[in-house]
Write a protein that binds this ligand. Sequence first.
Ligand SMILES: Cc1cc2nc3c(=O)[nH]c(=O)nc-3n(C[C@H](O)[C@H](O)[C@H](O)COP(=O)(O)OP(=O)(O)OC[C@H]3O[C@@H](n4cnc5c(N)ncnc54)[C@H](O)[C@@H]3O)c2cc1C
Ligand SMILES: NC(=O)c1ccc[n+]([C@@H]2O[C@H](COP(=O)([O-])OP(=O)(O)OC[C@H]3O[C@@H](n4cnc5c(N)ncnc54)[C@H](O)[C@@H]3O)[C@@H](O)[C@H]2O)c1
Length: 445
Amino acid sequence: MTENYDYDVLYLGSGHAAFDGAGILTAAGKRVAFVEEDKIGGTCPNWGCNAKILLEYPVALARQIKDSNGILDGNGKIDWVKNQAHKRQVLDDLPDILQNIFEGLGVTYLFGQGKFVDAHTIQINNQQVTADKIVIATGEHSHRLDIEGRELLHDSKDFLAMAQMPEEMVIIGGGYIAMESASMAVAAGAKVTVILHNDRPLSAFYAKFVKKLMADLEAQGVNFIVNANTQSVQETANGLLVKTDIGELKTEWVLDATGRVPNTQNIGLDEIGVAYSKHGIIVNDHLQTSVDNVYAAGDVVDKVVPKLTPTATFESQYLSQLFIGQTQEAIDYPAIATNLFTSPRIAQAGISVEKAQAEPDKYTVVEKDVMGDWYRHVDYEKAGEIALVYDQDHRLVGATEISERAEDIINSLLPAIEFGYTPEQLARLVTIFPTIGYSAFGELG
Ligand SMILES: Cc1cc2nc3c(=O)[nH]c(=O)nc-3n(C[C@H](O)[C@H](O)[C@H](O)COP(=O)(O)OP(=O)(O)OC[C@H]3O[C@@H](n4cnc5c(N)ncnc54)[C@H](O)[C@@H]3O)c2cc1C
Ligand SMILES: NC(=O)c1ccc[n+]([C@@H]2O[C@H](COP(=O)([O-])OP(=O)(O)OC[C@H]3O[C@@H](n4cnc5c(N)ncnc54)[C@H](O)[C@@H]3O)[C@@H](O)[C@H]2O)c1
């Protein structure tokens, strides 16, 4: 009987995987609690997406100034100290704002590290609380290389809170965080070296566009060292010395961007029998764990869909609908759009080019240089390419673009990809001209 518990639904964590679905539950009269050991709202608002985009926004502006051939006066120099101050001004109140909103909806916040005592009971400090259903939404933390001098390495949280931009920086890794940080740091004046342990960074993105991005970043001053394993970082009289198996280099600051690790440790999973792997908590197609009343959502889940905020939101809302009986169906993920916030950006959604090329009987790939569209020159852009994936009925099923406006193009095309618009339906979309959204549909012509 659910009345025997303190709460109907309790979330371990208070990030997007928790709060985006909570309103659905409280509206249905459910008693809801979040357990949070750090900042309310989790990674995305505090040291992920929001912090990143505030610091990153001037990068494209600075590039526009430089590429405008003097139309926009000035040198487009980014003042990192002021940039950080602006970020703090916008974000520092967000946890309080979220707390007010959710307490206003009737949600209880319980502060401290939560750990399972049994399948229905969570220990927080000296307190035990019970719930009918418990959702593990503990997210991930940064991976730290196990090398000599690991205590000298920094993570993405440190990067996004960095008071001053160092003159020199080494970034280890070739994922989203490595590339986005390299793009920001070089634009803000740092001498950046990226160490890759292979020669295929950004493995989830179209290889041809990744090569173009790397060439562009190189032209901006980023130095890539490929196929190098970092072995140690040492403090010397002249700064830090980073040693790899193919050489060494001196630097001021080192970012370890070698991935993120699910927060599955020290929360009592083994004690209550919740199964997990190194990729996260193992769930069925209803996001239910190996223990019946325990579910998981967000980055902590072992899943094939990208670990992004909108994915966490989708899962959180799905679980709430499941809990109030609005659905009994398995989770049905839509096409998930993603964007790499570098300059230039790479965005994508739907069937990838690589998958389409591997199945030529099912898909056709059309690639275009987007600079043939006059509108792309409005903001002084110099290069951009799109790859469109069509099925046999000539419906758009996937798209990826490299350009400064790639995220807006892919967002515009997403409804066509998700809902499988026919050419006739597409022709009925009368969008605003002249805009980047209009240009997006122009690419389909
Ligand atoms: C640098 C960076 C940039 C990113 N940029 C983007 C982006 O541009 N777009 C995008 O879509 N995604 C981005 N992401 C990913 C995005 O932040 C995550 O997908 C999203 O935050 C996942 O939400 P979540 O609720 O699953 O986890 P989180 O937001 O990590 O929340 C988990 C919460 O659980 C708490 N917690 C953990 N263990 C316990 C415990 N035992 N007891 C109590 N509380 C606990 C943590 O303190 C945390 O607050 C970025 C991530 C990083 C690191
Ligand atoms: N724009 C966005 O939406 C955005 C931005 C940042 C982060 N994120 C999310 O956060 C997650 C984490 O991002 P991330 O960049 O930390 O991870 P990632 O998994 O994208 O990249 C990790 C990188 O580190 C490399 N690596 C792994 N082990 C290594 C080792 N021992 N030595 C050297 N390199 C090593 C990998 O080859 C890979 O290139 C992503 O999966 C993404 O979902 C999203």
